[in-house]
Ligand binder design. Sequence first.
Ligand code: ATP
Ligand code: MG
Length: 649
Amino acid sequence: MLAGSSKITKGTSDGRLLMQLRDRAARDPEGFWAEQATLLEWFKVWDTVLDWKPPFARWFVNGLINASYNALDRHLPSKGDKVAIHWQGEQDDERRSITYREMHREVNRVANALKDLGLKRGDRVAIYMPMVPELPIAMLACVRIGAIHSVVFSGFSAGALADRINDSNARLVITADGYHRRGKVINLMENVASALNACKSVEHVIMLNRLGIYGNNGKSNSSISDASYIDWHDMVDRYDGYCEPERVESNEPLFILYTSGTTGKPKGIVHSTGGYLTYANATFRWIFGIRDEDVYFCTADIGWVTGHSYVVYAPMMNATTIIMYEGTPDYPTVHRWFELIERFRATIFYTTPTALRMLMRYNIEYAKVHDLSSLRLLGTVGEPINPEVWLWYYRAIGEERLPIVDTWWQTETGAALIANAAGIEVLPMKPGSASLPLPGIDAAVVDDDGNEVRGKKGYLIVKRPWPGLMLTIWGDDERYKQTYWSRFRNAYYPADYAMVDDDGYFWLLGRADEVLKVAGHRLGTMEVESAIVAHPAVAEAAVVGKVDQIKGESIVAFVVPKQGYAEYSELRHSIIKQVESSLGAIARPEQIYFVSKLPKTRSGKIMRRLLKAIVNDAQIGDTTTLDDEAAIDEVKAVYEELRKKITSD
Ligand code: ATP
Ligand code: MG
């Protein structure tokens, strides 16, 4: 039934190593996780591996640890001169390479500065910065003194920033004057100033003078001179020397991060220190098999969880050299990321399906145009990857040479739960499947009543806590219980729809609340969208259910055609035929609308919820995390126009 499920690309091993590890974890989960925890350095070892009072898990109780110590201090004796970050600004001549020793020095300075401002363990700090090295420096400085960071993606509006500051009562905001995006100057400080009108808790603002918008010392000539803010360099340059890392208990929060908001109001996800770090570290090694000589390029913005776990914490705990890029992938051209891979000789490239679909639209064989021979591994995260897109990634970027790791996870899970563990061994790959749960992850698919099913679609659950599981939702234990632990007994419910096949491979089929219910059948959005995207004229597609008196729901598709396709009535017909032949008549879209873009979150995820509201004449609801308001206007216009045409026919 699933498009592409029959195609198996050969892996290199039989899975014995992975199975051994999974068996070992299943036999003695606590012993297994304790072993993983010992890969980190603790000031004091825990008394209890797991204190499990459902649904609250507390890992490595009474263990004392510090994240910045593990990410930096540990490496100084042997790897201090290794490059931590190759930073590339959007403008090509802006480039910096920073060693672990330099990172350590800066983090200590900022940490001392924060202490002098009166910041204490447990205080919340909102960080609203572009992709510059000072962003991870600020994060590591916070956690060095035991403060809790809440990174707010720099693309968010003043209102979204204010909501997040207020929800956590942040005492301090760390920001920059601005940054470059597609050649334009984005003024961040203006957003901060406007957000602060609605925020009572903030006592100080530290501003990095990234562009010199407010003059060279950051202070003169400014429209924000009233706001009490401190120039990053004025402040930090006054400090030098060591800042003793705070010894925090394993379950003290490391950070708060708001989910990307696809399904509605964002939730303030709280992660622990010891458990989170243990899990991020273990999965990073299992998935990427990280080596000392690796140059690792994860394209995620640090404002999202992927950036927290797999740009900052896990790579730095492993003294990995990372590439950090300030700009967008298609500016000035779609070659940008590939130029960076060439320039820095990246060995690992980790990105999103949404970016791949964008790159695919241009019909370029990137590996033929660029020297991508340094790469050894590709990865993807964020949405289900359509088999067609997977195969394109494999061919046009991987030259059928590189394994692909599809990593399924959420902000709430801390790090990946289901992924091809290429660092252990590369299993046979199935385009579109995230493959198997990682060791220690007891995942299953269940029906409405909670009974496990195989070969049938259902709801993904996780039956046992793991160290990366969130602590709670900030300030709202009840919402944590209700959202994740009330749907099925004693199981974590991520609200994703999925299927396990005969080989035990997991297929993520879309979000559970977006499942299409047509004449008694259920279809994941991913199934229908992948059948549409497999059409050679289609770049992207989103499907939603429209309430139908007879069938329950009928399928409505929004389709972005590739460049150069204009014959819509023909195309409409051939897309419908294509869906019918791959999934059957049941999956036939009742209506297809052609648009030039789909509404997406700032993290690039399709917001089907908005499309569904439009076709069902419902309230659109929260749109604060929408990337581009114009997309929703276009969808509405196209929808209205066609509807008028249909009713007048
Ligand atoms: P909100 O919870 O506020 O709606 P969000 O779910 O988009 O926001 P994230 O935590 O960033 O916020 O995204 C997690 C979700 O992304 C998963 O629940 C899943 O639906 C989807 N996802 C992530 N990675 C994959 C993947 N490899 N395959 C399939 N789906 C994925
Ligand atoms: Mg979610």
